[in-house]
Design a protein around this ligand. Sequence first.
Ligand code: SAM
Length: 278
Amino acid sequence: MNLYDETQMLLNQYGLKAKKKFGQNFLINEEVINSIIEKSEITKNDVVLEIGPGLGTLTKALLKSAKKVIAVEIDEDMVDILNKRFDEPNLEIINEDVLKLDLNEITKKEGKLKVVANLPYYITTPIVMKLLESEYDIASITVMVQKEVGERLCSGGNSKDSGAISIAVDYYSNSKIIIDVPKQNFLPSPEVDSVVIKLDILDKPRVELVNKKKFFNLVKAAFSQRRKTINNSLSSGDYSKEDINNALEKLKINPKLRAEDLTINEFANISNTLEEIK
Ligand code: SAM
């Protein structure tokens, strides 16, 4: 039976429909699943955290490749199906909102995790930010996201696609888009295409910062007024216009550039210089 028929059959069998409010778009292409498994580089030594296993299509493949799968699912109906479908000893199902979960409790017990998921699109960014900012013991994050979001997350600095979140991703990881997934590979088919991205978490963040909180405030200030030149947009943060101009001059960075023209190193240099001269 192909995955489309299997997904339909499971939903019919349990009298369910995909729930929009939980972002349920089930993957129905075996090749995409195989490709995720291959490119996420999961081995029998790995404990995988799967966020939103749904009916268990990706879970089934992960169980064959990983040492253990910890699957966190918010929807009780899905958890019920998963419990009936699987009796593998290397699967642990947690019925919880992933945004409320303290992953430190899991990593303390299991060691370093690899995250693999077809993420619910309505909370992609909060999930990715939680995984990165909490500095959990995570080796890599391989996740399906909307194409446009994936491009932004993986663009780093100095690109038209860059946003504050691209700088955050760049701070914590090496990121890349690894698979293009057109919308017809899901049931129901969403409105836009998707991509799978892989974030390999760095042993230590990409740049050294004197004040991490103020660095991210500065980045956010710059991108929240992305059409303005940096001598104007940066001063809406923690620093005066005069300090910003002095820092840019000291670093020989053109004040007429915009947020999207700067690399993470330039943002870091500006932030660190501002902390020095203030
Ligand atoms: N992994 C399945 C697949 O690929 O077919 C389903 C993916 S579907 C895009 C997203 C899944 O995340 C759904 O099963 C949904 O119920 C679940 N989900 C939504 N919000 C969640 C949350 N806050 N915490 C955990 N799971 C969530």
